[in-house]
Design a binder for this molecule. Structure first.
Ligand SMILES: [Fe+2]
Length: 337
């Protein structure tokens, strides 16, 4: 059977409603404390999941699943990353997200250093002033999440316990009244059209990579300082490559080759001109490959709360990427730091 995202949405929405009937709202809300709580629900949906024979995570740089849960959101849009309110729509969306990760063979994870390790956070326009508030309202040109974290199969030189960046960024749409687009740029075509010496420059450890803003406070608390890779590569591997990039947090190192700067410029130009836009509707899920795609979004604007834009975000990671010492033993879904 050809893969149909709409059909996947129907299957997920049925499973979510079934779970609400069986476990109640409070039972389903346990995914906020530990995403692994959806295990028994996923067991029950195995039969329906087989209807979808070729959900191949490897062939998608992003996966847009419309109508994966009935929203029915009853509270105002929050105005900070956490907490996620115990709202019926938010719970259904989070549950649908953990179920989709399970269908795709992914583990739902968070990082202890980002938003206190909560597995789900609100992506919303924040109230107040300052850089964090500005960042929550303006457009985002493009980045991979957890940009300073090591590539799969490698260790950070300084913080050995540091886990890998997530494989997938998982977005759950609760509200998007002005159709603000999420933007995705596929990296494979960029690497195909880039001059070979510029691709090689991306593989060399000649970039300075600063931690994503949302990790800075937690990293400072846990590690004693924020995390900076001083001399890291942006690209690793060939066929199944991993790429990391951020307009705001990546620059060339002081001893970098001229090709490094040219490569970075070429990446920025490609991102500006080659994005695909997805305007999420309430009830939609959007999974973006965090190894082979860069994501961003349009401008959100200054209004907060009320019925304003509200996404939830979590992460998915493939089995085997995280080593045992890169988790918090008391909360296994939380990765270090
Ligand atoms: Fe992001």
């Amino acid at each position: 059977m050809a893969f149909q995202p709409q059909q996947l949405g129907v299957v997920l929405a049925q499973a979510v409603e079934h779970a609400f009937g069986e476990y109640g709202m409070n039972g389903c809300a346990r995914v906020f404390d530990d995403p692994r709580a959806s295990g028994p629900i996923a067991e029950q949906m195995r039969g329906v999941a087989e209807l979808i024979s070729d959900v191949s995570i490897c062939t998608h740089s992003y996966l847009h699943v419309p109508g994966a849960f009935a929203t029915g959101t009853q509270v105002d849009t929050p105005s900070d990353f956490v907490p996620v309110p115990a709202d019926v729509g938010a719970i259904k969306g989070a549950l649908a997200a953990t179920l989709l990760n399970r269908l795709l063979g992914l583990e739902t994870v968070s990082y202890g250093s980002e938003n206190q390790g909560h597995p789900f956070v609100n992506l919303v326009p924040h109230e107040g002033k300052g850089r964090k508030v500005r960042k929550s309202r303006e457009g985002m040109r493009g980045h991979t999440d957890g940009v300073s974290f090591p590539f799969p199969g490698t260790r950070d030189e300084v913080v050995q316990r540091m886990a890998s960046a997530p494989d997938w960024v998982c977005l759950v749409c609760l509200r998007n009244p002005r159709d603000v687009p999420t933007r995705v740029v596929f990296v494979a075509p960029l690497l195909q059209q880039l001059a070979p010496e510029l691709v090689e420059a991306l593989r060399e450890p000649q970039f300075v990579i600063q931690a994503q803003g949302t990790f800075v406070k937690g990293m400072t608390d846990i590690l004693g300082s924020t995390h900076i890779v001083d001399g890291g590569a942006l690209l690793r591997g060939a066929e199944d490559f991993s790429f990391r990039f951020s307009h705001s947090n990546v620059d060339v190192a002081s001893d970098a080759s001229p090709q490094a700067k040219a490569a970075l410029d070429a990446v920025e130009e490609f991102c500006a001109n080659n994005s695909q836009s997805v305007a999420l509707k309430p009830g939609d899920l959007l999974w973006v490959n965090n190894r082979q795609a860069v994501h961003g979004r349009g401008e959100i604007g200054d209004a907060t709360g009320g019925q304003e834009r509200w996404l939830l975000r979590t992460y998915g990671i493939r089995p085997g990427i995280v080593k045992p010492d890169q988790r918090y033993p008391e909360r296994l879904f939380q990765l270090y730091p």
